[in-house]
Design a protein around this ligand. Structure first.
Ligand code: TYM
Length: 333
């Protein structure tokens, strides 16, 4: 039997992915590429929904691709591609925009958060229709699963609603995709503000970056916020900082939180931070090194991405052609 399809992506909106991107998504992508026919993209068109410096965007797109590969995405097993190199994404997004309610799009919490930060005059229409472009990204590849972190759940719900709406209005066209969210790593929190998710838009001190030097990572973890109590136990409500450290430690080491709690009985927060820092570095340092090597040859990286994009185009164009046909557009030839 042929493998089911899978799709996911990240925005190249910073010069490094952070630990939340890695544990919430990328690490699962690596595991899932064996079982699925996986499509992994770099969502550069999503990145421009907020202002980007063109030179920086170009560099960050390559840096993101290098980190995917360094983390274990194998371009021979998975189709690794750049969103803007597959025109069908923008084309299907337009069709989906036309079946999305204005109120429905207005309810997307990520838009509300980001547009509040940007203030309503500078928030773009692109930011408003961001989730619809995301739905197009997904539906073009007929995936069964979409591995993401918890913050993407609402966008996945919209994607499913749009797919069902299209299918019922125009006939069976899209597979209805499911979000694949691993409970343990669904949300990694900020080291300085452990009730907010780790994010590239937060203060750098609270975010562990894959491409940071190890000494910087150690410093950030040692300086993370804990509490005035001294007990090492998982209690997200009352001990958010310590619980986040335990969650991170568990995710990078594969040890259960329960075992970690037992191992740290009688020890202090300093011990916890030292061990977490060592365990995090053991995972991210090899990724940083490999990504740095890959970035030394951008021609090779670009051609690898171009061949992934060519492969992605085949399926994306076939889906788009079927959509255009169903809604009554005359074929080009
Ligand atoms: P982005 O770049 O903001 O996030 C990429 C992935 O990282 C996950 N993530 C986290 N997981 C756990 N803890 C955190 N603190 C954390 N921060 C981020 C996100 O859930 C995501 O899986 N809209 C998408 C990009 C996208 C996409 C798609 C994803 C565009 N098209 C199609 C799936 C399918 C996003 O927010 O990326």
């Amino acid at each position: 039997m042929s493998k089911a399809n899978l799709l996911s992506g990240m925005q190249p909106s910073a010069d490094s992915l952070h630990l939340g991107n890695y544990l919430g998504a990328l690490n699962n992508w690596v595991a899932m590429q064996e079982e699925f026919n996986a499509y992994y993209m770099i969502a550069d068109l999503h990145a421009i929904t907020v202002p980007q410096d063109p030179k920086q965007l170009l560099a960050n797109t390559r840096r993101t691709a290098a980190q995917y590969i360094a983390a274990g995405i194998d371009p021979n097993k998975s189709t690794l591609f750049i969103q803007s190199q597959v025109p069908a994404h923008a084309q299907l997004a337009w069709v989906l925009n036309c079946i999305t309610g204005f109120g429905e799009a207005s309810r997307m919490t990520q838009f509300k958060d980001k547009s509040q930060k940007a203030d309503s005059d500078s928030a773009s229409v692109g930011l408003f229709t961001y989730p619809v472009l995301q739905a197009a990204d997904i539906l073009l590849y007929q995936p069964k699963k979409v591995p993401v972190g918890e913050d993407q759940r609402q966008h996945l719900e919209l994607t499913r609603d749009l797919a069902m709406r299209f299918n019922s209005r125009f006939g069976e066209t899209f597979t209805i995709p499911e979000a694949h969210i691993l409970k343990e790593t669904a949300k990694i929190y900020d080291l300085q503000n452990p009730t907010a998710k780790m994010s590239k838009s937060n203060e750098p001190k609270g975010t562990i970056n894959i491409m940071d030097d190890s000494s910087v990572t150690v410093k950030k973890i040692k300086g993370s916020v804990t509490d005035t109590d001294s007990e090492i136990r998982f209690d997200a409500e009352n001990k958010a900082g310590v619980s986040n450290l335990l969650g991170i430690y568990s995710a990078v080491s594969g040890k259960s939180v329960k075992d970690l709690e037992a191992a740290f009985a009688g020890k202090g927060y300093g011990d916890l931070k030292t061990e977490v820092a060592d365990a995090v570095i053991a995972v991210i340092e090899p990724i940083r090194q490999r990504a740095t090597e890959l970035l030394e040859n951008t021609d090779e990286l670009d051609s690898l991405l171009a061949s992934g994009s060519a492969r992605a185009n085949e399926l994306a164009e076939a889906t788009l052609a079927s959509v255009y046909d169903k809604i009554g557009l005359i074929p080009r030839s």
